[in-house]
Design a protein around this ligand. Structure first.
Ligand SMILES: [Fe+2]
Ligand SMILES: [Fe+2]
Length: 139
């Protein structure tokens, strides 16, 4: 397990919390499979499948938030969108690296030292402000 769902920050919009919960499940699954791959207990295909699932989930997560921000004219939309785009690019780059090198350490390092600190900070800052704004319209 990479992230403990119970300790993950919550925002003012239940729909966003649900999406974050799903993402943590997908992420933990990918992480556990990478650890197994390192021990020879999972295949390259297993990792590739879960990495693709993670990418799909991240895209959906970001798209959902962006859709609401656009619909309700959130003032900091370009800034929030910019962060999503930047991280999605990083993850797509990581996928290319995986295809090239099949190096589980690289992925584990990215998830532990970049993605996790990023998502926690992102949810505590941009997502929190966004959810607070949106909850005025959606409650
Ligand atoms: Fe989010
Ligand atoms: Fe976000």
């Amino acid at each position: 397990m990479l992230i403990d769902k119970e300790k993950f920050p919550k925002v003012a919009l239940p729909e966003m919390n649900e999406i974050h919960d799903t993402e943590i499940d997908v992420l933990n699954n990918l992480y556990d499979t990478l650890k197994k791959y390192e021990k020879g207990e999972a295949s390259e295909d297993d990792v590739t499948k879960l990495l693709d699932e993670f990418i799909k989930d991240v895209r959906e997560h970001f798209k959902f938030e962006q859709g609401l921000m656009e619909e309700y004219n959130f003032f900091a939309y370009p800034m929030h969108r910019g962060e999503h785009d930047r991280v999605l690019m990083e993850i797509l780059e990581l996928k290319k690296e995986w295809e090239r090198k099949k190096d589980a350490k690289l992925l584990i390092d990215y998830l532990e030292n970049h993605f996790v600190p990023w998502i926690i900070n992102h949810v505590q800052t941009m997502d929190t402000v966004t959810a607070m704004y949106l909850s005025n319209f959606l409650k």
